[in-house]
Design a protein around this ligand. Structure first.
Ligand code: NAP
Length: 348
């Protein structure tokens, strides 16, 4: 076990730093510039391997951990790989949280997800609704692993006096997202599909579900700032807002949008002008998902990037990373407020 600190600057391990949230955390921490980042790719450190995680913490004298590594995906990926979603996430959480305690990490932030709440939870969802009803079946294994992560943090806090915190983000999007057409979340999947449709002059794009489900979205850099904000709070302040067995904090934008309206906005940003058809034979997932972020707001945090701005930034990143550039003029039009395209036609 570590017995003596060998450094004066805070050493922060961002687990999953190449992912969408992890890379936003790295941007935010670098901008602040008052810490030393310790970063390892999955090839260098497989967090599902307990021996590797033990060796890493024993050698690196870490003060603070942001646990943003996970097996993540949308409805299709969750349905196709349920065993992988529950097993890998449980392994990563158990290994990182246990070794953070073992090697005397001062503070850890575990990132969960809004899918921890019951499918039919009252809206907006407050932290105390956790474990009050049945979960959404399509991502239950993932949600169970995320609930276990919260309970791991709480149990280590209660038994060993650690300061392990948990934050539950709403649906996130932004640079570095997974833009796979099927295995990703709804927003980046729509971006990919409308882009492909625009490039290949398709007349019609099919969207899973009825389009009626309501969702909340938060831009990933706002989320990263929420994480830093939460970690900056003194323990005593958080203790007044939480309890030992209900310690997690929600993080959402507070804005809801129907999937049909989201599809229209994404199509506009991507320059797609054809039809949008909703495939009602495919699942909608939870009908409505809005977090109550009163606790986090009461600490003074609030988001600054609205959906339109966030979509434009995300699309720019998508095009730079994944696509040829002939559509870049679309974003100039949107930015300058000189929208020349019709809103895409909707078929319900
Ligand atoms: N995206 C959302 O909408 C959303 C919403 C709510 C909560 N969250 C939570 O936020 C966190 C980050 O999500 P994200 O969207 O940033 O996911 P992401 O882009 O898929 O990033 C996940 C990261 O975890 C790493 N990872 C996965 N398995 C690993 C392993 N065995 N060892 C080491 N690293 C491993 C991945 O490494 P590779 O780069 O090598 O694959 C990747 O860098 C997750 O806990 C997720 O549940 C996300």
């Amino acid at each position: 076990m570590r017995t003596m600190s060998r450094h004066t600057v805070e050493r922060i391990f961002v687990a999953g730093h190449r992912g969408m949230v992890g890379s936003a955390l790295v941007r935010a921490l670098r901008e602040r510039g008052d810490c030393q980042l310790v970063l390892r790719s999955r090839d260098e450190l497989d967090l599902s391997d307990a021996a590797q995680v033990d060796a890493f913490f024993s050698e690196n004298d870490i003060d603070t951990v942001y646990l943003a590594a996970a097996r993540v995906g949308g409805i299709h990926a969750n349905n196709s790989y349920p065993a992988e979603f529950i097993r890998t996430n449980l392994q990563i959480e158990t290994n990182v949280i246990h070794h953070a305690w073992r090697y005397q990490v001062k503070r850890l932030l575990f990132l969960g997800s809004s899918c921890i709440y019951p499918r039919n939870a009252p809206q907006p969802m407050r932290e105390e609704y956790l474990l009050s009803g049945a979960l959404e079946p399509t991502n239950e294994p993932y949600a169970v692993a995320k609930i276990a992560g919260i309970k791991l943090c709480e149990s280590y806090n209660r038994q060993y006096g650690t300061d392990f915190r948990s934050i539950m983000p709403t649906n996130l999007y932004g640079p570095g997202d997974n833009f796979h057409a099927q295995d990703s979340h709804v927003l980046p999947a729509l971006m990919r599909r409308f882009h492909d449709a625009h490039q290949s002059h398709q007349q019609e794009v099919q969207v899973w579900g009825s389009g009626e489900a309501l969702r909340e979205f938060l831009y990933v850099d706002d989320m990263a700032h929420a994480c830093l904000w939460l970690m900056d709070q003194p323990r005593e302040v958080l203790d007044q807002l939480t309890s030992p067995q209900c310690s997690h904090i929600n993080a959402g934008s507070g804005e809801e949008i129907r999937i049909a309206s989201l599809a229209i906005q994404v199509a506009e940003v991507m320059g797609y002008e054809g039809h949008i058809v909703f495939d009602r034979s495919k699942p909608d997932g939870t009908p409505r998902k809005l977090l109550d972020s009163t606790r986090l707001r009461s600490l003074g945090w609030e988001p600054v990037i609205d959906l339109r701005e966030g979509l434009q930034r995300t699309a720019e990143d998508f095009l730079a990373a994944h696509a040829a550039h002939p559509m870049m003029h679309v974003f100039s039009d949107v930015r300058d407020g000189r929208r020349t395209r019709d809103i895409p036609r909707l078929r319900l």
